[in-house]
Design a protein around this ligand. Structure first.
Ligand code: ZN
Ligand code: ZN
Length: 367
């Protein structure tokens, strides 16, 4: 395993995908921060990468002058003068490289595209969206990324273990959420998204925010959190019961667990995300619970916590080895409560391997 990612190799692959096509643009402009990080290692919040078939430029502002030299030492740096519009510097740099058609990521905002077009037009350059070539590359993770995703998943596991001492009556949802966030940050990581802790009937809110509500005996408690460690995210959900579970709670829990396990068993290269999603729905339907499963089965994980296509009715492309996905069936019954269980998995040549290892069996918490 190399000690740092081979950014130059990633850019070479991107070049091949973009410039070795029938009607390639003269250059490709990357401005999404996740894509910049993937292609260069830059961790700032503002910059751009300009690639032509045989030249590379990294552009940013004075605030990142030193950081860019340190993080992106292998690409010629262009610093935007303090009192100049960044788009003008971009257009001038592209013009210097002889570019007449500039390709941009299709995720560029309408306002961003309009401003860039205006500046490029003055420099005699046409701007055209060229799809999402970097996002496509990021679908399948390389060995370096998989190692980082494993570490982020392991941190989520130990965080869950750490938090269990708070599963007792009178502890507030908010305090559990704070302890999760504090623990993750103390391991030199960041919460990958706003931590969800909901209890009692509030577990029927799939994305509920923690409140001052205090846990009570007989509550379901759902926690959904993740760690962003060294640039890569994990995402873990567990639902526990404070004390003994009721018959209804057990029924709900084991239906969701069956949907989770059947889905994980079915994941392998060649299957389509939507097929796995449909399978989970079928399992829940047999338990009369499909109508309470109101979201997709899972998403890609990577630099972003929602890192692209995954396991939903929209995902028609075949899965590939090296994809890292969440599998997170859930049922949410209004005025009663809900259960979600979420695992992170790596698609392998023959199936998939769970990256999260916190137990999935129903946890009935004694204190
Ligand atoms: Zn989650
Ligand atoms: Zn998730």
């Amino acid at each position: 395993m190399p000690s740092s990612p081979n950014y130059a190799e990633r850019r070479a692959k991107l070049r091949q995908a973009v410039f070795e096509t029938k009607k390639p643009p003269g250059a490709l402009l990357i401005t999404s921060m996740a894509n910049l990080y993937y292609l260069t290692g830059f961790t700032g919040s503002f910059g751009a990468l300009l690639l032509t078939p045989n030249a590379e430029r990294f552009l940013t502002g004075g605030i990142y002058a030193t950081q860019a030299q340190y993080e992106v030492p292998d690409i010629q740096l262009v610093l935007n003068p303090t009192l100049k519009e960044f788009n003008e510097t971009l257009a001038a740099t592209a013009a210097e490289l002889g570019v007449s058609v500039l390709g941009v990521e299709s995720s560029t905002s309408v306002a961003g595209l309009k401003a860039l077009r205006k500046a490029a037009h003055k420099a005699g350059i046409r701007v055209e969206p060229v799809g999402m070539p970097v996002d496509k590359l990021r679908r399948v993770k390389d060995g370096f990324e998989i190692a980082r995703l494993r570490a982020a998943a392991a941190l989520a596991d130990v965080t869950f273990e750490h938090i269990q001492r708070l599963f007792q009556p009178e502890v507030a949802e908010w305090d559990i959420a704070m302890e999760i966030d504090f623990y993750i940050r103390r391991q030199e990581a960041y919460p990958a998204f706003d931590t969800i802790v909901v209890s009692g009937e509030r577990t029927a809110l799939p994305h509920g925010k923690p409140t001052e509500r205090r846990l009570q005996k007989g509550d379901f408690v759902t926690l959904d959190f993740g760690a962003k460690l060294n640039g890569y995210c994990s995402d873990l959900t567990r639902t526990v019961v404070i004390g003994k579970a009721s018959t209804e709670q057990r029924k709900l829990y084991y239906a969701v667990l069956e949907a989770l396990q059947r889905s994980i068993d079915a994941i392998r290269p060649g299957k389509r995300g939507k097929q796995i999603d449909a399978l989970a729905r079928k399992v829940l339907d047999r338990h009369g619970l499909a109508e309470y499963f109101g979201h997709g089965l899972g998403h890609s994980l990577g630099i972003l916590v929602h890192d692209g296509s995954g396991l939903s009715f929209r995902d028609k492309q075949p899965l590939e080895a090296g994809m890292v996905l969440t599998v997170e069936p859930g049922v949410y019954v209004p005025d009663f409560g809900g259960v979600r269980i979420e695992q992170d998995v790596l698609v392998t040549e023959s199936g998939c391997e769970p990256l999260t290892h916190a137990p999935v069996d129903l946890l009935e918490c004694e204190w």
